[in-house]
Design a protein around this ligand. Sequence first.
Ligand SMILES: CC(C)(COP(=O)(O)OP(=O)(O)OC[C@H]1O[C@@H](n2cnc3c(N)ncnc32)[C@H](O)[C@@H]1OP(=O)(O)O)[C@@H](O)C(=O)NCCC(=O)NCCS
Length: 388
Amino acid sequence: MRRVAIVGVGHSKFGDRQDVNLRELAFEAVKPALEDAGVSPREISYVAVGTVGSWYEELFPAVPVAEYCGLSGASLVRVEAACASGGAAVHAAYMAVASGLTDVALVVGIEKMREVDTPLMVEFLGRGGSYLWEFENFGMTFPGYYALFATAYMNRYGATEEDLALVSVKAHKYAAINPLAHLQKEISIEQALNSIVVSWPLKLYDCSPISDGSAALVLASEEKVKELRADTPIWIAGIGSSSSTANLSYREDLLGIESAIKASQRAYKMAGLGPDRIDVASVHDCFTIAELLAYEDLGFCRRGEGYKMIREGETEIGGRIPVNIDGGLKAKGHPIGATGVAMVAEQTKQLREEVKPTARQAPLKNYTALTHNVGGTGHYCYVTILKR
Ligand SMILES: CC(C)(COP(=O)(O)OP(=O)(O)OC[C@H]1O[C@@H](n2cnc3c(N)ncnc32)[C@H](O)[C@@H]1OP(=O)(O)O)[C@@H](O)C(=O)NCCC(=O)NCCS
């Protein structure tokens, strides 16, 4: 396998993007990513587009996206792995470059979730859990699924609704200073606790919003990195993925996400390092409880101690491992196909020490970052470890 580096990143504004169509939204991320890498669209020989949308006017979105961005002719694939579609697209492009099949690949993550109204989107997402058993019989929605994880966790370890609210307060604090974030506002713990209940114990401020957005990355082989004279290539040191059952009743328990544990172990093994080396991370906080589970699944703390990390400020800037200091899915937004790509774009910027404003820049010791992108209730998970 060849070494693979990220040499270009792009990230659109996340939010309610009725001002652009799907192609234009993709272009907002692709153009800066190509410019950052110093490559022309013609130099891209492989394109992976991570997207879920089946509610768009475009049924095969990768094709018009590639056409609009001048990429037609490249090997092109649409990648779908629910909310981990972005992570899966990074994985596909990584394999294309690492295997020697291509020298320069482009990853695009895109979603326009606000093309349909909230009830319809909640139904689409809910059907992505376990359709025949959980959706048809019990009418499960995604807030409902993660409420099951939350009640199991609170009951087993004594975590409280305040602990969940602290995750949201942290996310909003950083989103408020991230111009690309969907919900750019600080909130208090009282606001979080008093917000409307969506599926107890999860309230409005425990949920990620329904967002539009895109992100893009240019990946290059080591030889190509030299040819491009890339200033600060960020290397993919480890990449791991795994999957689990759709039906939650087949899971051992709801106190963690098996696919995330396995994916992270594979990524750590490949990178030859452990969680103690990670300086900064983006984790899949689609709901606040998911961030606490991620701390534990990724080995940032012991099982049952994730809520203590948020209580003690360990995942803030200045703490042991700053997590989701771009606002996370919770407040930067969660355009599902774009999320996994946006995480890698954010961590690339962190490792290059290019984050603006600098109040959002994590201090670096080992120059190592991690991204954790979960699809469904753990149906899929992709973990990537980046090194400068
Ligand atoms: C919680 C939820 C139902 C709210 O949807 P909604 O009621 O249609 O929200 P709207 O878009 O109409 O926004 C209403 C207000 O709430 C705010 N808001 C919406 N979602 C929010 C969220 N998750 N957190 C904080 N504020 C939110 C909006 O900014 C808006 O504020 P304003 O009136 O001051 O402008 C929706 O965000 C949701 O389903 N989230 C989960 C998405 C999901 O499951 N993703 C997949 C995860 S795996």
